[in-house]
Design a protein around this ligand. Structure first.
Ligand code: NOJ
Length: 567
């Protein structure tokens, strides 16, 4: 945390220096801030999301196996305050409650993930945990009964620990086969009802944070190699699963299989400087293109191949640190997605910078330096600044580079600034409102966006940040055993956007804002009453049983005493 704050501070300082040099750079051109009143195309889908490890809890219940996140969080010093997802939001026990929240929001779709070790405790297909299957069947069936479409992610970072220990996880090519077996089991058991499948969520984080910097599970620090190797296997695994669905299940089940990439937007610091424009292109290709290029075009972006190849040679290596696809593999991988999922949170300004060779790692291979504008609103996450216009640029980048694919916005959201209960989250309303509006502008530009998923339904376990960052539309009281949920003002606001399918008029949109803030103060009172609930729980769960036990003991002693005196 400290490290990243210093990093952010340095960015800001360097950025100010740069500002002095580029006096005529315009920060906030008018097209950035103007609001566009209009509605989304008919049939546009609205949703909200969550993931298994972040919310389910029940980490060792009903036959579930360990995941790399269970193992990682149980080691000291890996997560803020050594917190774990052992109980998280207890969502494993709260299907009905959570679906009631979805009904309140009136979303048409719910994005959740299946925990691989919950249904295959050792990761491999020979031992299926029927209790795990039953849980997801129950969830899917209840969603459908409530007319909510399930959007299911197969891999949301929780690899079975056995596969990590035996093979080194995504460093090993055998994961392609194991992941394919697991995916086929999901298609077999749930595919009659699930029509939207996402193979991987945010492979960038899996590779870079899991195998390059080690900030995330499995915590491997392999700078310069780890991320590229993990990504290589992930891309192959994605393609294999898409082909399996295509060949074995599609004709019967008629669903779609895609991948969800999370990406920042990288804006050139000086849009008139070709070096900065090139730096922006490299930033985007190393982020989004790394995965999108092979999937849409069959191979890694040329820029990645050139830069990593050149750097590897300068380091005296006989081959590039970036693995290569064979001609056959390129053909096999190309075109393996029915839609592209996009997760997006923030942006950076970027410029050209040459790093010393000794730093041969992912973050420096592209010769790009990132900055933030100190005027951008920050959030509860030190990396997340609200830069809504970045989303429109990103979506247009995808349209141009990958022949205008079908896009589903699979994640977009922001975390609380405060750690205490903040139900009147006016700034979250502002965040979603402006990002959704930029998405609407992108649709006007001709980008093929079909749905929007707000991230996330609940406050939840935020990976290495533990529970310190709250992304939820619903506040979760983690101090109380059954994890009660309380609506934040953004629930009321998002509901209105959904029911109007966009932003019909200034007058209406402004009234939503007012009403949302009014209702959150009532909810705040509920939360204020919460210590009372906790107190009541303590009375019923601890005090009463203790007093009763003491009374029984005392009566027994008294009885014995009387009996002795009689005899
Ligand atoms: C993206 C991750 O996919 C998600 O799990 C996380 O909650 C958000 N980033 C916010 O950090």
């Amino acid at each position: 945390m400290l490290q990243s704050s210093i990093f952010a501070l340095c960015h800001v300082t360097v950025f100010f220096l740069h500002l002095c040099e580029a006096e005529d750079f315009k920060w906030t051109d008018d097209h950035h801030s103007s609001f566009y009143y209009s509605t989304f195309p008919t049939g546009f889908l609205w949703g909200v999301g969550n993931s298994a490890y972040q919310t389910e809890g029940a980490w060792n219940k009903d036959g579930k196996g360990l995941s790399i996140w269970d193992a990682f969080t149980h080691k000291k010093g890996k997560v803020y305050m050594n917190e774990t997802g052992d109980s998280a939001c207890e969502s494993y026990y709260k299907i009905k409650d959570d679906i009631a929240l979805l009904n309140e929001l009136k979303v048409n779709q719910y994005r959740f993930s299946i925990s691989w070790p919950r249904i295959l405790p050792t990761g491999i297909k020979y031992h299926v945990n029927e209790k795990g299957i039953e849980y997801y069947n129950n969830l899917i069936n209840t969603l459908l009964k409530n007319n909510i479409t399930p959007v299911v992610t197969l891999y949301y970072w929780d690899l079975p620990q056995v596969l990590q220990e035996k093979y080194g996880g995504w460093q090993n090519i055998s994961m392609v086969m194991y992941f394919n077996d697991y995916a086929n089991l999901c298609f077999e058991r749930f595919g009659d009802r699930v029509k939207y499948w996402i193979t991987f969520n945010d492979p960038w984080s899996i590779a870079v944070l899991g195998y390059e910097t080690g900030e995330h599970a499995p915590g491997m620090k392999l700078p310069g190699y780890g991320a590229y190797k993990a990504a290589h296997h992930i891309i192959k695994a994605h393609a294999k699963v898409w082909h399996s669905y295509n060949n074995l299940w599609r004709s019967k089940q008629k669903g779609m299989v895609g991948i969800s990439l999370t990406s920042n937007w990288g804006e050139p610091v000086d849009i008139t400087d070709q070096k900065d424009i090139d730096a922006s292109e490299r930033y985007m290709q190393f982020y989004t293109g790394w995965f999108a290029n092979p999937i849409f075009k069959g191979d890694y972006p040329g820029i990645m191949k050139d830069y990593i190849g050149k750097k590897s040679a300068q380091q005296g290596l006989s081959s590039s640190r970036l693995p290569t696809f064979s001609t056959q593999e390129k053909t096999y991988i190309k075109g393996t997605t029915d839609f592209l999922g996009i997760g997006h949170y923030t942006a950076r300004y970027v410029t050209h910078k040459i790093y010393p060779l000794s730093q041969g790692k992912y973050h420096t291979d592209h010769d790009v330096m990132e900055f933030v504008d100190p005027q951008w609103p920050n959030s509860g996450s030190d990396w997340l600044y609200a830069v809504p216009w970045g989303l429109r640029r990103l979506l247009n980048f995808i349209k141009t580079h990958y022949s205008n694919p079908i896009i589903h916005m699979t994640e977009n959201g922001v975390a609380e600034k405060l750690h205490c209960a903040e139900l009147c989250d006016e700034w979250r309303i502002e965040y979603h409102k402006s990002y959704i509006n930029e998405m609407l502008k992108a649709i006007k530009d001709g980008v093929n966006v079909k749905s929007y998923t707000a991230w996330s339904l609940l406050d939840k376990f935020e990976w290495d940040e533990g529970f310190s960052e709250r992304f939820g539309l619903y506040y979760v009281d983690f101090k109380t055993k059954n994890r009660p949920r309380y609506p934040k003002a953004s629930v009321q606001y998002y509901k209105k956007v959904i029911s109007a399918n966009g932003f019909p008029s200034k007058k209406e949109v402004e009234s939503w804002h007012r009403k949302s803030i009014e209702t959150c103060s009532t909810a705040n009172q509920l939360l204020a009453a919460d210590p009372l609930t906790t107190h009541m729980e303590m009375v019923t769960e601890i005090v009463i049983p203790t007093v009763c036990t003491l009374c029984i003991l005392l009566s027994a002693v008294l009885l014995m005493f009387l009996l002795r005196r009689h005899s």
